[in-house]
Ligand binder design. Structure first.
Ligand SMILES: Cc1cc2nc3c(=O)[nH]c(=O)nc-3n(C[C@H](O)[C@H](O)[C@H](O)COP(=O)(O)OP(=O)(O)OC[C@H]3O[C@@H](n4cnc5c(N)ncnc54)[C@H](O)[C@@H]3O)c2cc1C
Length: 338
């Protein structure tokens, strides 16, 4: 591991000063430390942000309008099991619990989850070219090991996927990321937080240097509570990243769809959502015909790279299955009801 300076400020201002000087924040460390040990990320300054949790960054709070504020330093486990999250956002709770392992979820923070990096094997191997790790060196994944890789929104420069489960639900739920830097604060709608690789695959998000995620705001989603499902297809039943995942939520009037939310993980450089497909479901009968049409719309333009060709039919089937499961009810989808 490269040598680095390490600081542990006790207040938010201290952290923001370190960030303004180019320090890399560390929260749970479950991703950053691995990347540093592998020589994939080599920050010369690291700032531990855990001590500022007491400034409220580890809280999960009622926003007073039916929504919630999830502190950036709240642990993934505490978030998934929080009574208000379980009651108001069962979709988010299910998505978080589908990720990693209990030990990891106890350490991993909400802010860190958003900024975890791709699991592309070439990105993780500092001995081979990778445009994301070292811009301009190439993308061996396009003609190599690409079983996990993107089928949507990729570029010639990078076909990596974003690996988070939590973020797929946050995208479906219209979350907003709140960030703070020395010179002010701003809000980033979740759909604009992660980016597609395009010409700059080294950039995963639109977070600017010096910015700290303080919390994630969730708007009221009461109308989706009874009909939601998170489906994750992976190589084994636990402790594996998604090949394809789907967060689906429906607002139903009997069998008629009033509104729908559908986001996909494991298929692109960011959680994938096509809002037009959701609008096209409005007023239709919930069922296989409507859901298949939505899946086809969402996957328009999808392409495989060889080893991941199977993701095209898999994603289509997973979308339909998630929506069918949401129709039956959240309790059914969570295995709480036969
Ligand atoms: C074996 C293994 C299996 C896993 N399986 C899954 C899985 O199935 N699904 C899944 O979703 N995840 C999975 N994960 C990933 C895990 O969820 C992430 O490692 C974790 O969420 C990262 O959170 P952290 O607090 O540890 O982040 P850290 O490692 O501390 O940081 C990650 C990144 O976020 C930045 N950062 C952290 N907090 C902030 C902040 N507040 N503001 C600005 N920047 C910040 C850091 O600088 C760093 O770049 C797995 C991880 C491992 C090791």
């Amino acid at each position: 591991m490269n040598p680095f300076n390490f600081t542990q400020p006790k207040d938010v201002e201290g952290v923001l000063s370190q960030l303004a000087n180019g320090a890399r924040p560390i929260a749970g460390g479950t991703n950053l430390l691995d990347l540093m040990k592998e020589g994939v990320m080599t920050p010369s300054q690291v700032v531990d942000i855990n001590a500022i949790a007491t400034a409220g960054l580890d809280r999960i709070e009622d926003a007073g309008d039916g929504g919630l504020r999830l502190g950036a330093l709240a642990r993934n486990a505490d978030t998934a099991y929080h009574p208000l999250v379980r009651e108001r956002y069962p979709l988010l709770s299910s998505a978080i619990l589908a990720g990693a392992s209990p030990q990891l979820r106890n350490m991993a923070t909400n802010g860190g989850n958003l900024l975890q990096r791709t699991r592309c094997v070439y990105f993780y191997d500092a001995g081979v070219p990778c445009n994301k790790r070292e811009p301009g060196t190439g993308c061996p994944a396009k003609h190599g090991v690409n079983r996990q890789h993107a089928i949507l929104g990729a570029s010639e420069h990078c076909i990596a996927t974003h690996p988070s489960d939590m973020c797929v639900a946050l995208r479906a739920l219209d979350a907003v990321v709140h960030v703070r830097a020395k010179d002010g604060e701003r809000e980033i709608p979740f759909g604009e937080f992660h980016r597609l690789p395009g010409e700059r695959p080294e950039l995963d998000s639109t977070l600017r240097p010096g910015e700290l995620i303080t919390h994630i705001a969730l708007p009221d989603a009461a109308r989706f509570v009874d009909h939601s499902a998170y489906i994750k297809v992976r190589e084994r039943l636990s402790y594996a990243f998604a090949l394809v995942s789907v967060a689906a939520a429906l607002d139903l009037d009997g069998d008629t769809i009033r509104a729908a939310r559908i986001a996909l993980g494991g298929v692109a450089h960011k959680p994938w959502r096509i809002e037009e497909a959701e609008r096209e479901l409005e007023g239709r009968q919930a069922g296989e015909a409507a859901f298949t049409a939505a899946a086809e719309r969402i996957l328009q333009g999808a392409r495989g790279w060889g080893q991941n060709d199977f993701k095209l039919p898999l994603a289509k089937n997973a979308i339909v299955q998630a929506l069918m499961s949401a129709t039956r009810g959240t309790a059914y989808a969570r295995g709480e009801k036969e």
